[in-house]
Design a protein. Structure first.
Lengths: 582, 384
């Protein structure tokens, strides 16, 4: 037995948990699947992102092998894992006692509710990913069989596509429909949203006329239908404001460009559509593989962007629901031990379970007291703020709406600076800094210290730790010249440079194939890097906090042609920072 | 799922297809003295790494300490000091071997066994198997186990009252098939003696640059070869660094990463080896190997202190292998007529002849350092 369905008794306990969860407002499908799994079996599916049906890939085999070797020396017990699929699937350790499973059931229901209701998952809401992955796995297996001795090329295509699976235009896929709608309504949106507002601001239109226009537009639409009404309305407008036509054209062009630039960030799709190599009849199989890898990347994308929200939500609900469960009595001590292991803040470091849970609780409390309003936000006096309580009791409702609409970035930036300061203070949080020093005998040591207790600094630090793939787009003007030229928009962080040659080699293969052991596609990547002067530790130590330390910021281009890669600096800027900032 | 052998084969094929190899071997310490090797693959991606200087944000923390208060300190000994790891830089990359080292090790394995392996007291099971008539079954099997069968017959007949202990007679004995014990061919684990391996590295100031690179590369190959040869967990490793004094570090990673320090006293390194061997009584249960890398400089220029320690080592060790990498233009080599002082006192001692089986020396110039030369050095140190 490596994997089996949970037994009847456990299943009926799960059904009871579902009832309690529904009562508090969690929404999830009636049908769910729960499996019991051994730790060893779990090691086999861990590299596959916990989806046992995911396509076979040799890198996963290497990871499973090393996972097994490590497990011999460091055995560990993962409690649970949930797959976002229809019906939702969860796995449980084969040696969990019943009370732990009940507690985990609640945690799992929190996750399922999150998957099913958060808008970042809206494209996977009705997706049987488990089944889809299985059919994709078969497609790849058949391809390998068909290709016989050459089947390793299937694995190269998987490998090179996976190198790009974070650059798949997630947001365009997610909000594509809304954006298309926006383009369709471009004229109306532009007139009411930008054009007339500008006229009002410039004093060329009265606010009352602006409101009149709204009424008129609605009246025409009611009388002549959506399309007809709009036509009649704008016939007058064009005559009244001669520049409107031109400005609207420009706006439309901008929107088009925006759409194109978004397309150009979906590197995998762009390759599939534009690579001459992939579009040769004999290579079309590769596009099938790339499509599968891209879909898998898109499937995992929301989970990477909602870790704090998702784990915090599941932790919130396992606490709320298990504490009211009859299993709680007689297991209080054990529960508090396990629960604190999951939801305690680390002395140094970040724990998404703990942080998410505390944010939900803090926001819930604020909403219960009606503090999301202007009068509270404008209050300066500490004592008055502490006492402020409108007893609105809308905490639950509030956090339910957050779990629907936010991702991690919006979540950690949700509170105002002042409120976040309170959150940091209430939870005794601080930013930990690290510095290197010489001890008395001249040996180097690393020292961790409290760098800041300020809310703004804590939030700044949090923002830097969030998942954020680089913004990389293709320069379409160079496509005609058969060159794939990627531009990395610098956002304060360079790329992991050691990985660039590998990724470019894979890109070059997908762009132009390989001949005589050399990849043929002409590909380039423009990005930003830094160079710090190599200073000895003693020199670095000797510098005071106010001394400037200089470094260079360079715009560089990696170019891969005929299998050779070279790096060229196109622009260098000398920069300085205070020593204290390092 | 593919086996590790198939995966390594696939990795070799990559080079023929025009791509770099991907599988690396990482050594991770699992206890104070034991290190295991695991295969790893890093999937490359275009992801964010280093922050703009001065912009890296630190991490979170919880507690009531004041701003500026120190909450934890750790020693950086063994880490390249002054160069904290960058965000996004993979920390594990420092102690992984490229998979071409795996090939080198494979070749070594074909040609070389551990020199002078001896049977020592304590044995532990290996991953190898042997087939032997080692299992016993009652009632059926391949060869009757006479002694055990006789005991069974006596025991059963006593119980049935067929045998009088005071007047035993074989005539009335009942013998049934179910009383017969048989030996059956079975798969048995092979047992082997353990090995204790000392890596000793000179990290004095004069080792800066190429001598260190050479020694580290050679010791990496030897280490990987030993791990493959002996299997996971059968080698106990000791890592010793010396300048004018010697210290033991806990793992190979720290051993490789330690930066150069002060002056040189080779004897200190050897003395620590002998001290550990004595304290842990290693000679009784372990096959002992000592590998030392130095640039041949020593304040103890006649070896007055070092040579007695060497003698102690070669009496208990199966092999002591010393690499001397001299810088081309070294004050010390000129002083000793082209040979380093360490090489000189080893030669004078006559040990290289007396203890030919146990002691090997490989002198080379730092300008010669390349993979081929390193392999040649390693082979010289480990040949029977």
């Amino acid at each position: 037995m490596e994997i089996r369905l949970i037994d009847k008794e456990e299943k009926s306990r799960m059904e009871c948990c579902k009832e309690s969860a529904r009562e508090v407002g969690l929404v999830f499908p009636d049908e769910t699947l729960e499996y019991v799994i051994t730790n060893r079996a779990l090691l086999g599916i861990k590299p596959k992102g916990m989806v046992p049906t995911l396509y076979d890939f040799w890198v996963h085999d290497v990871q499973a092998i090393s996972g097994n070797i490590k497990y011999d020396y460091y055995p560990h017990n993962p409690y649970e894992t949930v797959i976002n699929t229809m019906a939702p699937i969860s796995f449980y350790n084969d040696n969990n006692p019943p009370w732990i499973n009940t507690f985990i059931f609640y945690h799992v229901l929190g996750h399922i509710d999150f998957f099913r209701n958060n808008i970042y998952y809206q494209n996977t809401h009705d997706d049987d990913f488990y089944g889809r992955a299985l059919s994709d796995k078969r497609v790849i297996k058949n391809l390998r069989t068909e290709m016989g001795a050459e089947r390793r090329w299937v694995d190269y295509v998987i490998e090179f596509s996976r190198q790009l699976d974070n650059l798949v235009g997630f947001h365009r896929e997610l909000f594509g429909k809304e954006l298309a709608q926006k383009r369709e309504n471009a004229r109306v949106e532009f007139y009411f949203g930008e054009f007339s507002r500008k006229l009002v601001a410039e004093g060329r239109m009265k606010l009352s006329d602006y409101l009149e226009d709204f009424k008129l537009f609605n009246k025409y639409e009611a009388e002549y239908g959506k399309k007809g009404g709009e036509e009649i309305f704008f016939r007058d407008i064009i005559q009244k404001y001669l520049e409107f036509g031109d400005l609207l054209e420009k706006k439309k062009k901008d929107l088009e460009e925006h759409r194109d630039s978004e397309k150009r960030t979906d590197i995998l799709s762009l390759l599939m559509n534009n690579s001459a190599f992939l579009n040769k009849a004999k290579n079309r199989w590769a596009k099938k593989v790339m499509g599968i890898v891209r879909d898998t990347g898109l499937y995992f994308a929301p989970q990477m962007r909602t870790q704090i929200m998702n784990e915090g939500w599941a932790s919130y609900w396992h606490q709320e629901l298990f504490m009211k469960d009859k299993m709680m009595s007689s297991n209080e001590f054990a529960f508090s031990k396990v629960d604190s292991g999951v939801t305690a803040m680390h002395k140094v470091g970040l724990n998404p379970y703990a942080l998410g849970l505390r944010l939900y609780r803090f926001i819930e409390d604020m909403a219960d007291k009606g503090r999301f309003n202007l009068s509270y936000q404008n209050l300066k006096d500490e004592e008055q703020r502490k006492k402020f309580d409108l007893k609105e009791g809308k905490g639950r409702e509030h956090i339910f709406s957050l779990r629907r609409n936010l991702d991690d970035r919006l979540f950690v930036n949700y509170l105002s600076d002042r409120d976040f300061e309170d959150f940091v203070r209430k939870n005794h949080l601080f930013v930990t800094g690290a510095r290197i020093l010489l001890d008395n005998s001249g040996r180097p040591k690393r020292q961790y210290y409290v760098k800041s207790r300020k809310g703004v600094d804590y939030r700044k630090m949090l923002n830097k730790t969030l998942y954020h793939p680089p913004f990389i787009r293709v320069d379409s003007s160079k496509l005609a010249n058969e060159e794939l030229y990627l531009i990395h928009e610098f956002e304060g962080r360079s790329l992991v440079t050691q990985m660039i040659p590998d990724v470019l080699t894979g890109l070059s293969y997908l762009w132009g194939g390989v001949k005589d052991g050399k990849v043929k596609g002409k590909v380039s990547l423009e990005t930003t890097e830094f160079e710090l002067p190599r200073k000895s530790l003693e020199e670095f130590q000797a510098a005071g906090d106010d001394d400037d330390i200089a470094y260079q910021e360079m715009r560089v281009v990696y170019k891969l042609e005929d299998g050779n890669i070279e790096k060229k600096t196109v622009k260098t800027e000398e920069k300085k920072k205070k020593r204290g900032d390092f | 799922m593919e086996t590790l052998e198939e995966l390594l084969e696939r990795d070799k094929q990559r080079v023929k297809d025009g791509f770099k190899r991907k599988i690396k071997i990482m050594s991770i310490p699992v206890s104070e003295k034991k290190v295991i090797n695991i295969p790893i693959v890093h999937e490359s991606k275009l992801i964010h790494g280093q922050f703009e200087p001065g912009e890296s944000g630190g991490t979170g923390g919880i507690g009531d300490e004041e701003e500026g208060e120190v909450i934890h300190e750790e020693s950086l000994e063994g880490e390249a000091a002054g160069e904290p790891r960058e965000a996004g830089e993979d920390p594990s990359d420092d102690h992984v071997l490229d998979s071409d080292v795996v090939d080198i090790v494979d070749d070594l394995l074909k040609e070389h066994k551990l020199p002078h392996l001896k049977e020592k007291g304590k044995k532990v099971p290996t991953n190898e198997y042997t087939y032997d008539l080692s299992q016993v079954f009652k009632g059926a099997g391949q060869v009757v186990d006479k002694g055990r069968t006789l005991r069974q017959i006596v025991k059963d007949n006593l119980a049935m009252g067929k045998l009088d202990p005071d007047d035993p007679s074989t005539e009335d004995l009942l013998v049934a098939q179910s009383m017969k014990w048989y030996r059956v061919m079975g798969r048995e684990k092979k047992f082997t003696s353990k090995a204790a391996v000392f890596f000793v590295r000179d990290y004095s100031g004069s080792m800066i640059g190429s001598p260190t690179i050479g020694v580290v590369a050679q010791h990496q190959i030897i280490y990987a070869w030993l791990m493959r040869q002996y299997g996971q967990g059968l080698v106990e490793s000791y890592f010793i660094l010396h300048d004018s004094s010697a210290k033991e570090v806990s793992n190979f990673d720290a051993y490789l990463r330690a930066r150069v320090a002060g002056g040189t006293k080779v004897a200190e390194g050897y003395r620590l080896v002998n001290k550990i061997i004595e304290e842990k009584n290693l000679a009784k249960d372990y096959n002992i190997y000592v590998f030392h890398g130095t640039d041949g400089d020593d304040w103890d220029s006649t070896g007055a202190e070092a040579i007695p320690e060497v003698e102690k080592i070669v009496h208990v060790a199966n092999r002591m292998g010393v690499t001397i990498i001299t810088p081309d233009a070294s004050f010390y080599t000129k002083a000793a007529g082209g040979k380093s002082v360490v090489e000189e006192y080893f030669n004078k001692s006559g040990f290289l002849q007396t203890y030919h089986k146990e002691l090997r020396l490989f002198p080379m110039k730092d300008s010669q350092i390349n993979m081929d030369m390193n392999i040649k050095a390693v082979k010289a140190l480990i040949t029977e």
